[in-house]
Design a protein around this ligand. Structure first.
Ligand code: TYD
Length: 216
């Protein structure tokens, strides 16, 4: 099963990815976590250019291709082999981020992104794509506290407001593909909401971890 977690910067994806990974492991599943862009040697190099290449000029179109290239490599090197081995793959971001950041906020036409995206990921699309939704103000506060301003985070308020609207609009257009979860409540509540969706869709019940069962 392939699950993706997406959302604006500061929505808490990384925390939820780790927690969900542990939950699946506690049920006896083998889990692979990945991070888009990244998770391969080439992807990490590209990630560095995209997030820390402050001195570089990177045109919007080029930015789109760099994200796509990192993802294409991650699909072939990490995701496809893991899915072939029946592992659970949970990706921190995926193609949807490209649609929203470079499309809705960056101005690249969506049909271009969908065409290039199809080449990059081929048949590897998420079984479950979760969007963690958070208003700009709260995200900005969280990022401020984290004190890490990378090239994407520095694109400013207007851009990041468009990102949030883009996620919601895209989810509204494709309600069967995306599940939107309110990411404002505390992490435990968000975690529960994600688990509930997985339970409803796939019948996996995380309330009885394997370790507890096996001790009894
Ligand atoms: P990420 O490492 O997930 O950052 P954060 O933990 O701050 O959410 O993502 C890196 C940045 O790259 C983030 O600002 C979102 C952006 N991004 C795109 O613009 N396009 C993409 O296709 C992806 C995957 C990420």
């Amino acid at each position: 099963m392939f699950i993706t977690l997406d959302g604006g910067d500061g929505c808490g994806k990384s925390t939820q990815q780790k927690r969900l990974g542990h939950r699946f492991q506690s049920q006896g599943y083998e889990v692979v976590l990945c991070h888009d862009p990244g998770s391969t040697a080439l992807g990490n190099e590209i990630r560095h250019i995209l997030l820390h290449g402050h001195e570089l000029r990177i045109d919007n179109k080029t930015e789109m291709f760099l994200f796509m290239a990192a993802r294409a490599q991650m699909v072939e090197e990490v995701i496809r082999p893991a899915l072939n081995e029946k592992k659970i793959v949970i990706s921190d971001r995926f193609l949807l981020s490209n649609f929203v950041y470079q499309g809705y906020a960056g101005g690249i036409p969506l049909d271009t992104l969908e065409t290039v995206g199809q080449i990059a990921v081929e048949d590897i699309m998420p079984d479950l794509a979760v969007i963690l939704d958070i208003p700009y103000e709260i995200a900005a506060q969280r990022i401020g506290n984290r004190n890490a301003s990378d090239r994407m985070e520095q694109k400013g308020e207007k851009y990041h407001r468009q990102v949030r609207n883009g996620f919601l609009q895209y989810a509204a257009i494709h309600p069967n593909r995306y599940v939107v979860i309110d990411a404002v409540p505390p992490p435990n509540n968000v975690e529960m909401a994600i688990q509930n969706v997985i339970h409803e869709r796939y019948g996996i019940d995380f309330s009885f971890p394997l370790s507890e069962n096996s001790n009894s």
